[in-house]
Design a protein around this ligand. Sequence first.
Ligand code: NAI
Length: 328
Amino acid sequence: MSQPVHVTVTGAAGQIGYALLFRIASGQMLGADTPVRLRLLEIPQAVKAAEGTAMELDDCAFPTLDGVDIFDDARAAFDGTNVALLVGARPRTAGMERGDLLSANGGIFKPQGEAINAGAADDVRVLVVGNPANTNALIAQQHAPDVPADRFTAMTRLDHNRAVSQLATRTGARVADIARVTIWGNHSATQYPDLSHATVGGRPALEVVADDAWVTGTFIPTVAKRGAAIIEARGASSAASAANAAIDHVRSWVHGTPAGDWTSAGVVSDGSYGVPEGLISSFPVTSEGGAWRIVQGLEVDGSSRARIDASVAELVEERDAVRVLGLV
Ligand code: NAI
């Protein structure tokens, strides 16, 4: 076996952390031949809970798990790390204004970006899961000037997976037969789940579905509001599917996307598709050689353009709000 890959998980004692850590430790993220050293970051009040999770990780006796370290200090947690999963975030509480939410999260993601800049390994790859994920990723990236910007990403893979699943169910196809689904924009209710380039068993999805009203009236809102529907049904937010999406995102990043297909991820815009350069927005992406590439040359029709623009406008607003707060 090779040298262990160091994986830092923030918010390790939270719901997603509990669904995520065991899968990373068992080799589902980086592969059965890659040993993993887990570095858990929590706030001091939750360190004891993280210790309990670490005991359970020990008790699984995973051959791929090299060990678990627990920290309440970001500098120590990110020191030498290769993969950073930023899950812990400040949730919106009753009566909290958006500015307060962005400011509270800035207080988390700014120092974490600085800590990654100061001590992470040269090949560090960062996935931000904690909401508002795109803007939190932007804040962290802006405070890590020595790390290539394209190493900072935000998670829209859960939205992507939700869209694939909805399309498979509607068409009676298998998930494996669905390709080229795209999530554009922000990981929020303004996101645009786009089927215009998707295929089902190699045929254009929109032709197979042949029902525009379903696409605009059911598919798009179901995907965009799925998180709320799960909270309503389960009484708790989607944790296992979010953890699964984080695993998928990193696995695609490290091991690549299949030929002829793509996935969705929040990556730093290079100005493609009219998305302002520097914003962290979801795009159709492929991964090769450990780097994401935005799929180029897709035709964007008028209605897609309007939906992409609306979600990107929200990202611009969030960026401007954190700029006023001096966070970017
Ligand atoms: P949770 O509340 O169960 O856990 C969050 C954990 O983060 C807590 O243990 C808390 O102590 C910890 N934490 C808070 N501040 C921290 C800091 N500064 N450093 C380290 N740890 C810190 O929440 P859950 O369900 O695990 O969700 C985590 C985040 O993921 C939320 O922001 C949620 O909105 C987001 N999310 C994102 C999704 C996406 O698709 N991008 C999907 C689902 C959830």
